[in-house]
Design a protein around this ligand. Structure first.
Ligand SMILES: Nc1ncnc2c1ncn2[C@@H]1O[C@H](COP(=O)(O)OP(=O)(O)OP(=O)(O)O)[C@@H](O)[C@H]1O
Ligand SMILES: O=C(O)[C@@H](O)C(=O)CO
Length: 427
């Protein structure tokens, strides 16, 4: 398998979001979970998105894992590697966007790396280096209350600089509007000034087409699905993509079995989606404190609740709660400890549901999805049709439990009736 584009995603929902965008824009794409075993039968594709779970881990761990994935992708022919970060720039105070960017740039021989989390289709735009989420500055958006990575600064030049050793520049909207040559000239000027990376403004898809064109002339870029769109369109325009066959066809064959939703995202979008689902299907709200203090009892109770309802139709099990309740729990048990314990519990519930016949599974939240997919041991996914912007239906490849349809929903994505919409498509 020789690929045109390689990507390393810092979480699993982000990986499926990017894989969806690349597929929609003409690249045959597969999503792997980590580096696949050489014996895994992967289809012939133009792009591989390697999903990692490195958004909130220690920076050195993230750097090491991203480096291994980069070498694997280069070894498969990738001329360009996109490090897929969250469109809301979710990161810890130490990174990991800055340290991973510097390591990938160094591995590729230096240069100023183009960075933009803009994804206009989902309301993420960047202007003068400031990130807006559905029109609100990042630090005034619901991301200020994120359970693991609360974002308190919309100025990405400043955020990235605080995580980096080198200087961070800005490619402003007038430069982007000037087209690829103007952006390239600005990037070269920043390189001469010694900037290690540059935040690029982007408000419209046309801006991302320009940035994709320039990024493709460099070995590494950092961004969300918007930059993926730009790179995919630039590759297709370059004539290097073989005429595409419909790769989503295979992904939609029905699998049958029971259906369930597991939610660990506490985003405002997911909280609304759970409230709407309550009107249409059984919803169990887990007791988050018991998941920390009496996990096996709470898990057993959830499984017997599910056992009584699964035959009749889809069920929802959620740990998700309001920002106030999250911060109350975290103040008593610690942020990291609560998050990881709840992920362990929700993934244990998901694995047991699969053991009892669930074959159609929706997971809400990036960390929650990572823990669940790892617990299930799923090695890779084919990319199916889009359910909502940034969220495709996935079909497992090489799954030891048998074929499953899976949806990994980024916390903030999807309309209010997302769960019913997804389950109606997953047959
Ligand atoms: N009731 C709760 N109290 C405290 N933490 C919780 C609670 N419910 C879930 N969590 C934790 O909050 C975190 C949510 O992160 P996750 O990445 O799953 O969602 P998200 O950030 O909204 O999604 P995305 O990364 O896709 O944007 C997880 O670590 C999860 O275990
Ligand atoms: O870019 C996004 O917002 C998502 O794909 C994501 O990474 C959420 O975890």
């Amino acid at each position: 398998m020789t690929i045109l584009l390689g990507s390393i995603a810092d979480d699993y929902t982000g990986a499926s979001d990017l894989a969806n965008t690349l597929t929609k824009n003409g690249l045959r794409t597969v999503q792997t979970v980590g580096i696949p075993d050489p014996s895994l039968p992967l289809p012939d594709v133009d792009a591989v998105v390697v999903s990692l779970k490195i958004r909130s881990v220690a920076a050195q761990e993230a750097v090491a894992a991203a480096g291994t994935a980069e070498r694997w992708l280069r070894g498969r022919g990738a001329m360009h590697v996109l490090y897929k970060i969250c469109s809301t720039f979710d990161s810890t105070d130490q990174g990991n966007i800055g340290p991973v960017t510097e390591a990938l740039a160094e591995a590729a021989g230096g240069g100023t790396v183009l960075v933009t989390p803009a994804f206009p289709e989902t309301g993420r735009t960047v202007y003068l280096g400031h990130l807006f989420v559905n029109g609100q500055p990042l630090d005034e958006s619901p991301l200020k209350d994120h359970p693991l990575n609360p974002m308190h600064d919309a100025n990405l030049v400043r955020v990235m600089a605080s995580q980096s050793r080198g200087a961070i520049g800005l490619i402003d909207l007038p430069a982007v509007a000037g087209g690829p040559d103007a952006v390239k000239a600005r990037l070269d000027a920043l390189r001469a000034e010694g900037a290690g990376a540059a935040i690029a403004d982007a408000v419209f898809e046309s801006d991302l087409e320009t940035l994709g064109e320039v990024a493709l002339r460099t070995p590494v870029s950092i961004g969300a699905s918007g930059l993926g769109l730009g790179l995919a369109r630039a590759l297709v325009r370059s004539g290097r993509v073989p005429s595409t066959v419909n790769t989503t066809a295979d992904a939609i064959r029905p699998v049958g079995g029971h259906a369930a939703v597991i939610a660990g995202s506490c985003s405002s979008a997911t909280l609304r989606q759970i409230a709407i689902a309550e009107q249409a299907m059984p919803v169990l709200r887990l007791d988050p404190e018991r998941l920390l203090t009496a996990a096996s009892d709470e898990i057993s109770a959830a499984l017997s609740w599910a056992g009584e309802r699964m035959e009749a139709g889809p069920i929802v099990i959620a740990a998700s709660t309001t920002p106030e309740a999250v911060s109350d729990l975290q103040s008593r048990y610690g942020r990291e400890i609560s998050g990881r314990a709840i992920e362990a519990a929700t993934s244990a519930i998901a694995a047991e549901l699969v053991a009892r016949g669930v074959r159609r599974l929706v997971v809400a939240g990036g960390e929650t999805s990572g823990a669940t997919v790892d617990m299930l041991g799923i090695p890779a996914f084919l990319i199916g049709p889009e359910i909502a912007p940034g969220v495709p239906m996935l079909r497992t490849i090489g799954n030891s439990q048998g074929e499953m349809l899976v949806t990994l929903k980024s916390g903030n994505f999807g309309g209010d009736d997302f769960f019913a919409t997804a389950l109606a498509m997953m047959r």
